[in-house]
Design a binder for this molecule. Sequence first.
Ligand code: PEP
Length: 262
Amino acid sequence: DDTVVEVPVACVAGGTVRIGGPAVVMMAGPCTVENEKQLMTTAEAVRKAGAVILRGGAFKPSTSPYGFRGLGEEGLKLLAKASREFGMAVVTEVMTPADVPLVCEYADILQIGTRNMQNYMLLDEVGRAQKPVLLKRGMAATIEEWLLAAEYILSQGNRAVILCERGIRTFEKSTRNTMDLSAIPLVKQLSHLPIVADPSQGTGRRDLVAPMTLAAVAAGCDGLLIEVHPNPEVALKDGAQSLTTEQFAELMPRAEAVAQAI
Ligand code: PEP
């Protein structure tokens, strides 16, 4: 049977969101938690537009060691505050096995980033945690390698795994990654796990996020993970791929319309 991952979410009727159920679940928020105002403004806007899960990085993997690496526990506290204020669940990245207990204190879903998809000690550790895990596809991982990474988590006893297609490295340079849309229906055939799409990392370009969101919904994804910033021009990370709050609000009914049509 297909796995449905249940996440407690105060803002919805019944108090639970089901990832892998009939609805496409919207997760949105800033790439990185920068400060309280930025996070609260974004959370309020994405909630109003229909998102039920708030994303935001507190521990940030950074390609350059000189890039912003997140606020750490302070960022987690801000996410928890926004979660209380707007009734949203929180998805945030955990980067090391040692940080798993700390991130579990604040997050509703543990995110494993693309760079850690094959960090087997980390996969084992989140496999022992009592929280759902969102497992990003490694940027150079085949679908088989990705599903085997998911097995690491499942085999430790954690059945609440959500896969996330976030684009892979190809020779194409006009986008940051090549979003592998075919992975969505293929994973649906090969696996019982739900799959969500991240068109922000998948393209690296704000102008491509909306079309790839609609395409991912049409391809059958169970949810979306989208980066939104109140002022992307001054974002500390990933501004080029972050939607404005207005763009996100315009996109939501269009995604809903595609979901209804398929
Ligand atoms: C993110 O979602 O914040 C992120 C860093 O994604 P990825 O691991 O897919 O690059």
